[in-house]
Design a protein around this ligand. Structure first.
Ligand SMILES: [Zn+2]
Length: 256
Protein backbone atom coordinates (compact mmCIF):
# COMPACT_ATOMS: atom_id res chain seq x y z
CA UNK A 1 0.00 0.00 0.00
CA UNK A 2 1.24 3.48 -0.80
CA UNK A 3 0.22 6.94 0.49
CA UNK A 4 -2.44 7.74 -2.17
CA UNK A 5 -4.06 4.37 -1.43
CA UNK A 6 -3.77 4.79 2.35
CA UNK A 7 -5.17 8.33 2.71
CA UNK A 8 -8.81 7.70 1.73
CA UNK A 9 -8.88 4.68 4.08
CA UNK A 10 -7.68 6.54 7.17
CA UNK A 11 -11.00 8.23 7.89
CA UNK A 12 -12.94 5.04 7.22
CA UNK A 13 -10.65 3.28 9.69
CA UNK A 14 -11.26 5.94 12.33
CA UNK A 15 -14.99 5.39 11.79
CA UNK A 16 -14.61 1.63 12.19
CA UNK A 17 -15.66 0.91 8.64
CA UNK A 18 -12.72 -1.18 7.42
CA UNK A 19 -12.52 -4.95 7.41
CA UNK A 20 -9.70 -6.74 9.16
CA UNK A 21 -7.67 -7.31 5.99
CA UNK A 22 -7.79 -3.62 5.04
CA UNK A 23 -6.94 -2.62 8.64
CA UNK A 24 -3.92 -4.87 8.52
CA UNK A 25 -2.64 -3.40 5.25
CA UNK A 26 -3.30 0.14 6.41
CA UNK A 27 -1.67 -0.34 9.81
CA UNK A 28 1.36 -1.80 8.14
CA UNK A 29 1.63 1.34 6.02
CA UNK A 30 0.97 3.68 8.97
CA UNK A 31 3.67 1.89 10.93
CA UNK A 32 6.25 2.63 8.24
CA UNK A 33 5.03 6.03 7.01
CA UNK A 34 5.33 9.03 9.37
CA UNK A 35 3.11 11.23 7.16
CA UNK A 36 0.21 8.76 7.18
CA UNK A 37 0.80 8.05 10.87
CA UNK A 38 0.29 11.77 11.50
CA UNK A 39 -2.88 11.79 9.35
CA UNK A 40 -4.13 8.81 11.36
CA UNK A 41 -3.45 10.56 14.68
CA UNK A 42 -5.25 13.67 13.41
CA UNK A 43 -8.28 11.59 12.35
CA UNK A 44 -8.37 9.99 15.82
CA UNK A 45 -8.08 13.34 17.58
CA UNK A 46 -10.84 14.83 15.45
CA UNK A 47 -13.09 11.88 16.23
CA UNK A 48 -12.31 12.18 19.93
CA UNK A 49 -13.06 15.90 20.06
CA UNK A 50 -16.34 15.38 18.18
CA UNK A 51 -17.41 12.93 20.87
CA UNK A 52 -17.06 15.47 23.67
CA UNK A 53 -20.19 16.12 25.70
CA UNK A 54 -19.85 19.87 25.19
CA UNK A 55 -21.01 19.43 21.60
CA UNK A 56 -24.35 18.01 22.67
CA UNK A 57 -27.12 19.87 24.41
CA UNK A 58 -30.56 19.01 25.66
CA UNK A 59 -33.45 21.11 24.41
CA UNK A 60 -34.97 23.30 27.14
CA UNK A 61 -38.32 22.02 28.44
CA UNK A 62 -40.11 25.13 27.17
CA UNK A 63 -38.83 24.61 23.61
CA UNK A 64 -39.76 20.95 23.72
CA UNK A 65 -43.25 21.81 24.99
CA UNK A 66 -43.75 24.34 22.20
CA UNK A 67 -42.58 21.95 19.48
CA UNK A 68 -44.89 19.24 20.81
CA UNK A 69 -47.81 21.66 20.99
CA UNK A 70 -47.06 22.80 17.43
CA UNK A 71 -46.96 19.22 16.18
CA UNK A 72 -50.25 18.42 17.92
CA UNK A 73 -51.96 21.44 16.36
CA UNK A 74 -50.57 20.39 12.97
CA UNK A 75 -52.12 16.97 13.34
CA UNK A 76 -55.44 18.47 14.40
CA UNK A 77 -55.59 20.86 11.47
CA UNK A 78 -54.21 18.43 8.94
CA UNK A 79 -57.42 17.50 7.23
CA UNK A 80 -58.42 17.58 3.61
CA UNK A 81 -60.73 20.55 4.19
CA UNK A 82 -57.96 22.68 5.68
CA UNK A 83 -55.91 21.98 2.61
CA UNK A 84 -55.39 25.64 1.82
CA UNK A 85 -54.37 26.53 5.36
CA UNK A 86 -51.84 23.80 5.53
CA UNK A 87 -48.42 25.23 5.98
CA UNK A 88 -46.46 23.38 3.35
CA UNK A 89 -43.16 24.67 4.57
CA UNK A 90 -43.79 23.20 8.00
CA UNK A 91 -44.87 19.93 6.44
CA UNK A 92 -41.74 19.76 4.35
CA UNK A 93 -39.58 20.66 7.33
CA UNK A 94 -41.24 18.01 9.49
CA UNK A 95 -40.76 15.31 6.83
CA UNK A 96 -37.17 16.35 6.34
CA UNK A 97 -36.55 16.27 10.09
CA UNK A 98 -38.11 12.80 10.30
CA UNK A 99 -35.95 11.58 7.42
CA UNK A 100 -32.84 13.04 9.04
CA UNK A 101 -33.70 11.38 12.35
CA UNK A 102 -34.22 8.04 10.63
CA UNK A 103 -30.91 8.39 8.81
CA UNK A 104 -29.11 9.35 12.03
CA UNK A 105 -30.59 6.35 13.82
CA UNK A 106 -29.54 4.02 11.00
CA UNK A 107 -26.00 5.38 11.01
CA UNK A 108 -25.78 5.19 14.81
CA UNK A 109 -27.21 1.69 15.03
CA UNK A 110 -25.05 0.21 12.27
CA UNK A 111 -21.85 1.77 13.53
CA UNK A 112 -19.67 -0.61 15.60
CA UNK A 113 -19.59 0.12 19.31
CA UNK A 114 -16.43 1.40 20.97
CA UNK A 115 -15.89 -2.09 22.41
CA UNK A 116 -16.24 -3.77 18.99
CA UNK A 117 -13.87 -1.25 17.49
CA UNK A 118 -11.33 -1.84 20.27
CA UNK A 119 -11.65 -5.62 19.89
CA UNK A 120 -10.90 -5.29 16.18
CA UNK A 121 -7.91 -3.07 16.93
CA UNK A 122 -6.67 -5.67 19.42
CA UNK A 123 -6.92 -8.51 16.93
CA UNK A 124 -5.16 -6.55 14.19
CA UNK A 125 -2.46 -5.50 16.66
CA UNK A 126 -2.00 -9.17 17.53
CA UNK A 127 -1.79 -10.14 13.84
CA UNK A 128 0.70 -7.33 13.20
CA UNK A 129 2.84 -8.53 16.09
CA UNK A 130 3.03 -11.95 14.46
CA UNK A 131 4.72 -10.39 11.44
CA UNK A 132 8.47 -10.32 11.57
CA UNK A 133 10.23 -7.54 13.48
CA UNK A 134 7.31 -6.25 15.49
CA UNK A 135 6.66 -9.01 18.02
CA UNK A 136 9.00 -7.92 20.80
CA UNK A 137 10.81 -4.79 21.90
CA UNK A 138 12.33 -6.60 24.87
CA UNK A 139 13.14 -10.26 24.46
CA UNK A 140 13.40 -12.07 27.75
CA UNK A 141 11.90 -14.99 29.57
CA UNK A 142 12.83 -13.23 32.81
CA UNK A 143 10.01 -11.19 34.32
CA UNK A 144 12.64 -9.24 36.32
CA UNK A 145 14.01 -7.98 32.99
CA UNK A 146 10.69 -7.36 31.28
CA UNK A 147 9.02 -5.37 34.06
CA UNK A 148 11.76 -2.73 34.53
CA UNK A 149 12.02 -2.39 30.74
CA UNK A 150 8.63 -0.65 30.75
CA UNK A 151 9.82 1.92 33.33
CA UNK A 152 9.72 5.42 31.88
CA UNK A 153 8.08 4.20 28.68
CA UNK A 154 4.56 4.11 30.10
CA UNK A 155 2.66 6.17 32.67
CA UNK A 156 1.84 2.99 34.61
CA UNK A 157 3.60 -0.17 35.70
CA UNK A 158 2.09 -3.31 34.12
CA UNK A 159 1.89 -6.40 36.35
CA UNK A 160 4.37 -8.80 34.76
CA UNK A 161 4.06 -12.48 35.63
CA UNK A 162 5.77 -15.57 34.36
CA UNK A 163 3.66 -18.64 33.83
CA UNK A 164 6.41 -21.03 32.71
CA UNK A 165 5.32 -23.51 35.39
CA UNK A 166 1.82 -23.53 33.87
CA UNK A 167 3.38 -23.98 30.40
CA UNK A 168 2.65 -20.45 29.30
CA UNK A 169 6.23 -19.10 29.33
CA UNK A 170 6.75 -15.34 29.10
CA UNK A 171 8.88 -14.51 26.05
CA UNK A 172 9.01 -10.72 26.22
CA UNK A 173 7.14 -7.47 25.87
CA UNK A 174 6.67 -4.41 23.73
CA UNK A 175 4.93 -1.07 23.62
CA UNK A 176 1.76 -0.83 21.58
CA UNK A 177 -0.86 1.77 20.80
CA UNK A 178 -4.53 0.88 21.29
CA UNK A 179 -7.74 2.81 21.77
CA UNK A 180 -5.86 6.10 21.57
CA UNK A 181 -3.23 5.36 24.23
CA UNK A 182 0.11 3.62 24.79
CA UNK A 183 -0.30 0.19 26.30
CA UNK A 184 1.92 -2.65 27.50
CA UNK A 185 1.90 -5.88 25.51
CA UNK A 186 3.23 -9.00 27.20
CA UNK A 187 3.92 -11.95 24.95
CA UNK A 188 3.51 -15.54 26.11
CA UNK A 189 3.77 -18.83 24.31
CA UNK A 190 1.79 -22.05 24.51
CA UNK A 191 3.60 -24.61 22.35
CA UNK A 192 3.63 -22.95 18.90
CA UNK A 193 0.89 -20.45 19.75
CA UNK A 194 1.52 -16.83 20.62
CA UNK A 195 -0.57 -15.01 23.23
CA UNK A 196 -0.56 -11.22 23.39
CA UNK A 197 -1.71 -9.77 26.71
CA UNK A 198 -2.48 -6.05 26.42
CA UNK A 199 -2.57 -4.10 29.69
CA UNK A 200 -3.42 -0.50 30.56
CA UNK A 201 -5.03 1.32 33.49
CA UNK A 202 -8.75 0.57 33.71
CA UNK A 203 -11.41 3.25 33.49
CA UNK A 204 -14.17 0.74 34.26
CA UNK A 205 -14.99 -1.34 37.33
CA UNK A 206 -13.55 -4.79 37.93
CA UNK A 207 -15.00 -7.46 35.66
CA UNK A 208 -14.56 -11.23 35.43
CA UNK A 209 -12.77 -12.69 32.39
CA UNK A 210 -15.20 -13.11 29.53
CA UNK A 211 -14.67 -14.23 25.95
CA UNK A 212 -15.38 -11.07 24.01
CA UNK A 213 -15.05 -12.17 20.45
CA UNK A 214 -13.69 -14.60 17.95
CA UNK A 215 -12.47 -12.76 14.89
CA UNK A 216 -10.88 -14.59 11.96
CA UNK A 217 -9.93 -17.48 14.20
CA UNK A 218 -8.48 -15.33 16.97
CA UNK A 219 -10.04 -15.50 20.41
CA UNK A 220 -10.20 -12.46 22.65
CA UNK A 221 -10.75 -12.50 26.42
CA UNK A 222 -11.19 -9.32 28.42
CA UNK A 223 -11.23 -8.60 32.14
CA UNK A 224 -10.43 -5.83 34.62
CA UNK A 225 -8.89 -6.08 38.07
CA UNK A 226 -6.51 -4.20 40.38
CA UNK A 227 -7.29 -1.01 38.42
CA UNK A 228 -5.92 -2.49 35.20
CA UNK A 229 -7.73 -3.64 32.10
CA UNK A 230 -6.52 -6.81 30.37
CA UNK A 231 -7.09 -8.13 26.86
CA UNK A 232 -5.70 -11.55 25.97
CA UNK A 233 -5.70 -12.52 22.29
CA UNK A 234 -4.45 -15.65 20.58
CA UNK A 235 -5.22 -18.28 18.00
CA UNK A 236 -5.34 -20.70 20.94
CA UNK A 237 -8.76 -22.26 21.43
CA UNK A 238 -11.02 -20.43 23.84
CA UNK A 239 -10.69 -23.07 26.59
CA UNK A 240 -6.89 -22.91 26.70
CA UNK A 241 -6.86 -19.14 26.43
CA UNK A 242 -9.24 -18.97 29.40
CA UNK A 243 -6.85 -21.33 31.25
CA UNK A 244 -4.05 -18.86 30.54
CA UNK A 245 -6.17 -15.96 31.78
CA UNK A 246 -7.02 -17.78 35.01
CA UNK A 247 -3.39 -18.77 35.60
CA UNK A 248 -2.34 -15.20 34.94
CA UNK A 249 -4.93 -13.76 37.31
CA UNK A 250 -3.82 -16.19 40.03
CA UNK A 251 -0.07 -15.66 39.37
CA UNK A 252 2.29 -13.61 41.51
CA UNK A 253 3.32 -10.13 40.41
CA UNK A 254 7.04 -9.35 40.39
CA UNK A 255 8.42 -6.49 42.39
CA UNK A 256 11.80 -5.71 40.91
ZN1 LIG B 1 1.96 7.07 3.66
Amino acid sequence: MNCPQARPLIEAYADGELDAAAILELEKHIHDCPACALAWRNAQNLKKSLKQDSLFFTAPTELRRRVEAELRSQVETKSWWDFRNWNWLTAATTSLATACLALLLTVTLTRPSAQQQLTREIVSSHIRSLMASHALDVVSTDQHTVKPWFNGKLDFSPPVKDLAAQEFPLVGGRLDYLGGRSVAALVFHRNKHVINLFIWPAKENNSKPAATASIQGYNVIHWSETEMTFWAVSDLNEKELMEFVQDYAAGETVNP
